[in-house]
Design a protein around this ligand. Sequence first.
Ligand code: AMP
Ligand code: GLY
Length: 424
Amino acid sequence: MKDIINILLLGSGGRECAIAWKLSRSPRLGTLYVAPGNAAGFGRNVDLDPMDFEAVREFTDSHDIDMIVVGPENPLVAGIADFFEGHPVKVIGPGKSGARLEGSKEFAKEFMVRHGIPTARFMSVTDETREQGLHFLESLSAPYVLKADGLAAGKGVIIAPSLADAKDTLGDMLDGMFGNASATVVIEEFLTGIECSVFVVTDGEDYKILPVAKDYKRVGERDLGPNTGGMGSVSPVPFADEEFMHKVVTRIVEPTLSGLKDEGIPYKGFIFLGLINVNGEPYVIEYNVRMGDPETEVVMPRLASDLVDLLEGVADTTLGIKKTEEDPRAAVAVMLTSKGYPGQYEKGKPMTGLDRDFGPDTLLFHAGTKTEADGAIVTAGGRVLACVAYGDTIADAASKAKAAAAEIDFEGKYFRRDIAADLL
Ligand code: AMP
Ligand code: GLY
């Protein structure tokens, strides 16, 4: 690849903002375009729909783009990497076949079984096998985990508290609760433990592991209330120590990568392992084929080495000679959200405090924000802004992130004050 490269980053959330920030710090970056982007200024926004592959190609061709970094899963599951097969631009992200690890829960579970990767016991059920599905539920104990096979905008997992609930939910899902995405339902045994997110980057031959993170999914403090896209994150994760990570690498990362190879599935990009630590033993809750949000908002700050260089390794299959270095400091992200989120929420609220100087240890990553014609920055989503801080300890990082979260304002602002508290 050239010394200086132009990159098109697809997506518009906090994850993409953190990736854009990290790319923008590389001496090897030429121009960074973000499609469609938000009010963050780390790249030039382009009004492009990441799902309109023809339009992405036209832009790529007319702007001398060398690399496309795909933030969200949808374009990957829909085959954007396959679309660019044979085209000189390099796409960071798997093709359709690899993206099934996220695009089909049934595929992912069967893949894990084929390769002996630890995961919860399961059965996949369709309309024809409803009866067997009900019997399988009866063989489990409460609570019950039901997952739509396909992508359901992050809402396709239901944890049912009782058997009666679980049976009703199975019926509702098969009857179209998530449209076609739940025509197949994966029923799983419930695992009890603490979760963490491990990010692997691979060129199909070699791999590197990025800093481990933990996210906070429930809207309320002490992890109560409905699920969200993520209310905050922390890295590192104290329980993901050397011994635990050795198990993760030998039982999960390596079998996953060799499984992909054995099945003839080419894979260049990120693999996000959603793990649960059950009494010291890691199990896979889910695979994603992209980075996590809001985990990326703490992973990128803790990646001390160059991201353009790393992604070049992915594109050119030279990852084996690349290095990843971790910043020894902790990082915590506190997400500011709009009133009502994750339900109905209002947008267009003017934001204040963004231009304050919070010092070198604090970073602001825009998620749902937009710049108005007059230059004012307003809210434009449920998750609005990630306030991220470094600290010598997790406690220190958390208190700085919360301080920034308190200073930035917009009508109806909400944030969790207990991000990372469970790890202290
Ligand atoms: P989502 O991010 O919407 O896929 O949320 C799925 C969440 O459901 C996970 O983060 C876990 O908290 C929970 N979950 C999924 N599968 C299981 C399982 N087998 N046992 C326990 N919790 C689970
Ligand atoms: N933070 C979880 C996800 O990105 O799916």
